[in-house]
Structures are given as structure tokens and as C-alpha cells.
Design a protein around this ligand. Structure first.
Ligand code: ADP
Length: 496
């Protein structure tokens, strides 16, 4: 484990991190931006730059799409599915072999605690493993159109799939989109977030090492306006998977509409965690803490609205505050319980929500202020925060904050809890803690969300379809349904 410690010490020293790719990954090689520009990625735990990367634009997107198109038509589409599966399985192995380096880079780039980053790397490997096994199980159907006919369908790859990736789960989101796209026979152009470009580039390098042909997976880095927008508007792509904010997702959908390009949108969330009086209290306390403080609350599916039944409320919220005040804060590489938030803009946004809430007379039970890494006095940190929220339509309850801020609402009974939970413009996930099996599954039927967690928040894995309703978007990633996003049905009817 000496290497691991050296890697972490080196990264913590603030020296430039060695061996990071600096260019786009296009047609199997790293290359500078066509316009020669670059930009810096910042380490949120120190609020300082740690590495530079290519600042791409439409010319780089054109080159990447051309390469992906060529690879689709000449190599990947027609490769036997079992062979594609073997290559993706090798990718999973290589991710695991490179796990520690990937985790350190993810931690530096995003700020998240290294323990969480390690989990994300394993999750990325698992995504490739899962879809590797699915490559040769994509089947069509037959249709009973009478003895004089033969009717059948084929599942064809859609073509070139764009992946527009956010900064909160860089490698996880890249893997959960790239793996099924490749499994289905599509080729890819990925655009990671400008805050967190590096693990997507390292993943592209791993794909090449695993033996994927050049051009099958390309990565263009840069800003949303300069690189993301031309990719979304490109008439050479056939599908877009976008994960990010509602505003950017709307812009992507409008751009896609011009070319009638298919989209899957995974947007914001303001997900409820319902805690009923008959639950296992300790499990619920653990679950609520993880739901909102993992990744400093910067998770689309964070459980940011606690809805607790009155009979349990007082003691439960007190216990929650006590636990919250004991959370350790620090640079992600020291593996604290709470890392920094990703950027100065994000920190200012979170602080703005709390400031306005206080002005409206909302009681902040704990936390509520900006802070820094206690060891270095640096970084973009926000104290883990819990606030009472009596008005169900208050901004604090309705808007996605994307930070470590939990609101607490009191429910008189399960029916009231359900009403409060569904009172949102978002509908991504919802959690329920109860010891009553019938309550749990009745709630699961009536909660408006794409995924329901019962007695363990964030339960599930790559096998379980994920995506939202309402303003949380549409389409599903993960699971076999995620694979079908990258397929189109061709039906054949023949007179015989
Ligand atoms: P946030 O507001 O949390 O930074 P965004 O939704 O803006 O999240 O970013 C998610 C991803 O979408 C990033 O890769 C970003 O560069 C990209 N992006 C932002 N705006 C656009 C756009 N108009 N078209 C395409 N991609 C975009």
C-alpha cells in the first residue's frame, strides 16, 4: 500500500499531478484543441488549480463525430456481439487494476471523499461488466402475421451516441452511458463537465488499452457553451444522453429537436425521504444522513426533503442534528465524512439559499455557514445543514440546492407524508422508512418518482433502471432498459 500512500501524499502536496492527459481523445489518440486553447481544473479541497486540459470547440466536436461515425460504419456495428462483450469485460478488469489512481484523480477533480470515489470507480467497473454480459443477449422478436408471411424484428444500434456528463459523478455517469452504448453497437463522443474532465479521459485510455478500435469512444473536453452545445446540435449524432441541470437539459433538448435527435435526460431532483413512526429508527437515521451528506449533497437523487411522522419527529431530528454536528470535514484525500462542494459558484449558490431562508424566518437547526478545510484553511466547504421547513411551498423545500442542506417537514400520518412528498416539480427518486410492509409498497405505488428506495436509501445498482418523471427528465439509464436507449427496432415483413 506504499504506492497508494505516495499517490495521496503527492496529490495533497499541491504539486502538479503527474501523467494526466491534457488533450482531447479523438480517433484513438490524445490531441490538443484545434484552436490550441486550454483551461484549468481546480481542486475544490484547496480551491486551487491542479492541472490543465484542452478547451475544445465545434472544430474538435466535428473531428470526434467524424471519427465515431467512421468507427461505427467500418468496425464496431458489425463486430460479433460476443467479441464486443469480451472487450467490455476487459475494460472492467482494467478499471479495477487502475482503481486507486482513478480514485485519486476523481477525488482531486470533484472534491469528493476518496472513499466515495473508490466506490464510484468500482461502480464504473461494474457497469462495464454488466453490459459486457448483455451484448450477445440483445434479441429481436417474431410476429404472427399468417402462414404466407414471415415477420421479425432486429435490434440495431442507433449510431453515434453523445454523452454529456456532469461534475458530481464524473466516471460513474460516463460509465453508465458509455458501457450500454458500446454494448448495443453504438460509438461514442463524450463531453465531460469542464470542472471534472480527467477520469473520462483516463477511461478512454483504458478502452484503447482493452483493445477497442480507434474512434469507438472519443472524448472532447471544454465548456458547455463551447463544446457541449455544438455536440448537442451536431447533425452527425443519433442520440444524446444528458445528465445535468434543467436549464442545460432544456437547451440540449431544443438543439436536438432541430435534427430530430433522440434524447435521454436525467435532470434535477428534490427527493423526499419519508420516515414513518413504525420504522427502524437507527436504520432511518443512517439512511437520512447518507441520503443528504454523501458527496456533500451534490447528487441529483440526494434525499434533500425529510418528511417525518409527528410521533417520531422531535427525538429523531435532535438525533440527526447531533450526528450532523459530529461529521468530519476536510480535503477529500483525507477521506472525511464530508468533502468540499465542487466550485466557488456552487458554494455561493448554497449560501444564497440559506441567507434568503433566514430572511424569511426559517429556523436553521444546525450548520448554515460557509467554512474551510480545518487543516489548511482552504477549499469550498459548506457546513452540513438542517432546517425546519413548515411551508411546503417555500423555496428551500421546492428548489434543488445541490449541497449539504436538508429540510424537515412534519407529516401527521402516512397519507399526509405522501401528499407532501409528491408536492414537487421534480420526481427522480423517493425513500420510505417503515416497518410496515403494506405501507411501504402502497407508498411505492403512489409516490411519483422513477425509483423508490424502501428501508435503504440509494439501494440498488447498475441492474436497476434509473431516471425521472416531471422536470427530473425522461428515459431510463442502467438496467436492460438503459441498453434499449441505444437500440432501434427494425421490423421486417416478408411474403414467403
Ligand atoms: P451545472 O449547472 O450543475 O454545472 P450543467 O447542466 O450546466 O450543470 O452541466 C452538465 C453538463 O452539460 C456539463 O458537461 C456541461 O458542460 C454541459 N452543458 C452545459 N450547458 C450545455 C449546453 N447548452 N449544451 C450542451 N451541453 C451543455
Amino acid at each position: 500500500m506504499k504506492n497508494q500512500k505516495d499517490l495521496i501524499d503527492r496529490a495533497l502536496s499541491g504539486d502538479p499531478f503527474p501523467g494526466l492527459p491534457q488533450g482531447h481523445f479523438i480517433d484513438g489518440t490524445f490531441c490538443a484543441a484545434a484552436a490550441g486553447r486550454s483551461m484549468e481544473s481546480l481542486d475544490p479541497g484547496r480551491a486551487e488549480a491542479f492541472a490543465a486540459f484542452a478547451r475544445g470547440d465545434a472544430a474538435d466536436v466535428d473531428a470526434a463525430v467524424a471519427s465515431a461515425r467512421q468507427a461505427f460504419e467500418t468496425q464496431w456495428r458489425d463486430m460479433p456481439a460476443a467479441e464486443r462483450g469480451r472487450l467490455l469485460q476487459r475494460v472492467a478488469e482494467l478499471i479495477r487494476e487502475n482503481a486507486e489512481r482513478l480514485a485519486v484523480v476523481e477525488c482531486l477533480d470533484s472534491g469528493k471523499p476518496i472513499g466515495e470515489a473508490r466506490g464510484d470507480i468500482q461502480g464504473a467497473a461494474r457497469a462495464f461488466e454488466y453490459y459486457a454480459g448483455a451484448c450477445d443477449k440483445l434479441q429481436g422478436d417474431t410476429f404472427p402475421i399468417g402462414p404466407a408471411y414471415l415477420g421479425y424484428s432486429l435490434q440495431e444500434p442507433v449510431g453515434v451516441a453523445a454523452q454529456i456528463i456532469p461534475w458530481n459523478f464524473p466516471i460513474s455517469t460516463a460509465a453508465r452511458g458509455i458501457a450500454p452504448a458500446l454494448a448495443a453497437g453504438c460509438t461514442v463522443v463524450a463531453k465531460p463537465a469542464e470542472q471534472t474532465p480527467f477520469t473520462a479521459l483516463l477511461l478512454a485510455e483504458i478502452l484503447k488499452e482493452a483493445g477497442l478500435p480507434d474512434g469507438v469512444c472519443n472524448v472532447v473536453t471544454g465548456t458547455g457553451a463551447e463544446a457541449g452545445a455544438p455536440l448537442a446540435a451536431h447533425d452527425g449524432i443519433d442520440h444524446i444522453t444528458f445528465t445535468g441541470s434543467v436549464a442545460s437539459g432544456t437547451a440540449v433538448m431544443k438543439a436536438a429537436a432541430e435534427n430530430v435527435t433522440r434524447v435521454v435526460l436525467e435532470l434535477g431532483g428534490k427527493s423526499p425521504v419519508i420516515v414513518l413512526g413504525d420504522c427502524d429508527r437507527e436504520a432511518a437515521l443512517d439512511g437520512v444522513m447518507g441520503a443528504i451528506f454523501e458527496n456533500a449533497g451534490q447528487i441529483c437523487s440526494a434525499g434533500s426533503r425529510l418528511i417525518v411522522e409527528r410521533s417520531l419527529h422531535d427525538g429523531f431530528v435532535e438525533a440527526l442534528c447531533r450526528r450532523t454536528e459530529k461529521l468530519t470535514l476536510g480535503h477529500g484525500l483525507r477521506d472525511p465524512q464530508l468533502g468540499p462542494v465542487n466550485s466557488a459558484e456552487q458554494l455561493a449558490r448554497i449560501a444564497g439559499f440559506i441567507e434568503r431562508a433566514r430572511e424569511r424566518g426559517i429556523e436553521v437547526a444546525t450548520g448554515g455557514a460557509e467554512t474551510t478545510d480545518p487543516e489548511t484553511g482552504k477549499g469550498w466547504f459548506f457546513q452540513p445543514t438542517i432546517a425546519a421547513a413548515d411551508s411546503p411551498n417555500d423555496e428551500l423545500v421546492q428548489e434543488e440546492i445541490f449541497g449539504p442542506v436538508l429540510t424537515v417537514q412534519i407529516a401527521e400520518d402516512p397519507e399526509h407524508a405522501l401528499t407532501l412528498a409528491n408536492n414537487s416539480q421534480y420526481a427522480l427518486v423517493a425513500g420510505v422508512y417503515t416497518g410496515n410492509f403494506a405501507h411501504a409498497h402502497r407508498m411505492a405505488q403512489r409516490l411519483d418518482a422513477g425509483q423508490i428506495y424502501i428501508n435503504e436509501y440509494f439501494a440498488g445498482g447498475i441492474e436497476v433502471p434509473f431516471g425521472g418523471n416531471k422536470k427530473s427528465g425522461f428515459g431510463r439509464e442502467k438496467g436492460l432498459e438503459g441498453l434499449l436507449s441505444y437500440c432501434r427496432t427494425k421490423a421486417v415483413a416478408a411474403r414467403i
